[in-house]
Design a protein around this ligand. Structure first.
Ligand code: UDP
Length: 231
C-alpha cells in the first residue's frame, strides 16, 4: 500500500489539528468545546437529576439521553433546522457510546442529558461530538469508569487513512467511525459506511484505535488545564 500525502497535506496516520476546552459554559452542569480540523462543536451536560419523564424512569439505574444537533449555518448548504433521520441516529448511537462509561447504577430513577451542538461541520462530527461530550461529562462530575473517545479511519484512493475530512468522507470508499474507552480498549461505537475487506477493516480499526488514544491525551490535558486553574 503506498503511503502518499493526502489532499490536505496530512500523512495517512495523521489527525487533523485538535483543540479541546473543558468548562466553557456557566449554566450547564458540565460542558466542553472541541475543534477537529474545521469542526467546531459544543457539548453541554445536565444531571444526574431526577427523571421528569415517568416512562423513562428505571428503578435500578439512571439513564443517559443525547441530543445531537447541527446548526443551520454549520454546513455549506443551509441545513433545515430541527431533527432529521441523521441527527436522530447520531443522538442514539452517541448515548449508546457514552453509556458504558457512566456509573449510573449509583443514580436510580435519574437521568443525564447530553446536548451536542455542531456549530461548524467538516466531516467526523459524530466522533468529535462523543469526544467532546465525554469531557463535558467529566466536567459535570459524573462518576465514570473511563472516558470515551471517538475517531474514524477509512479508505480513500485505495488507502486506509486516519480521521477523514469532509471531502475524504464524501469522495472516499469507506468510513469506519469508532468510539472506545481508552483504558481497556473496549469499543462502544463501531459503524461502517462503504466496503472494506477483512484485512482493510483490521488495519482501519487499529489506525482508528491509535487515533483515539492520541485524542484521549488531549481530553485529559483539557481537563487538567481547567482544574489546575481552579482555586
Ligand atoms: N454534512 C453536510 N450536510 C448535512 C450533513 C452532513 O454538509 O446535512 C457534512 C458535514 O460536514 C459532516 C459530513 O457531511 O461532517 C459527513 O457527514 P456524516 O453523516 O458522515 O457524519 P459525520 O462524519 O459528521 O459523523
Amino acid at each position: 500500500m503506498s503511503k502518499s500525502i493526502r489532499e490536505d497535506g496530512r500523512n495517512y496516520n495523521e489527525l487533523r489539528p485538535i483543540k479541546i476546552k473543558a468548562g466553557v459554559l456557566e449554566r450547564a452542569d458540565g460542558s466542553a468545546y472541541i475543534e477537529v480540523g474545521g469542526n467546531k462543536i459544543l457539548a453541554a451536560v445536565y444531571g444526574p437529576r431526577e427523571s421528569y419523564i415517568r416512562r423513562l424512569i428505571e428503578p435500578n439505574t439512571g439513564i443517559v439521553r443525547c441530543k445531537y444537533n447541527m446548526a443551520p449555518f454549520s454546513v455549506d448548504t443551509r441545513k433545515r433546522p430541527g431533527p432529521d433521520r441523521r441527527s436522530t441516529e447520531i443522538s442514539k448511537i452517541t448515548a449508546e457510546a457514552l453509556r458504558p462509561a457512566l456509573m449510573l447504577e449509583n443514580y436510580p430513577r435519574s437521568m443525564v442529558d447530553v446536548y451536542i451542538e455542531v456549530i461548524e461541520a467538516e466531516g467526523g462530527t459524530r466522533c468529535a461530538g462523543i469526544t467532546c461530550a465525554s469531557v463535558a461529562l467529566v466536567d459535570a462530575g459524573i462518576p465514570m469508569r473511563d472516558m470515551v473517545v471517538g475517531c474514524a479511519a477509512g479508505k480513500v484512493n485505495d488507502e486506509i487513512v486516519l480521521d477523514l475530512s469532509e471531502i475524504e468522507d464524501k469522495q472516499g470508499q469507506a468510513d469506519l467511525p469508532i468510539a472506545i474507552m481508552p483504558r481497556t480498549g473496549d469499543i462502544t461505537l463501531l459503524q461502517c459506511d462503504g466496503n472494506l475487506s477483512e484485512e482493510e477493516f483490521n488495519i482501519a480499526l487499529d489506525l482508528a484505535m491509535d487515533g483515539c488514544l492520541e485524542i484521549n491525551k488531549l481530553q485529559k490535558e483539557a481537563l487538567m488545564d481547567e482544574y489546575s486553574n481552579d482555586d
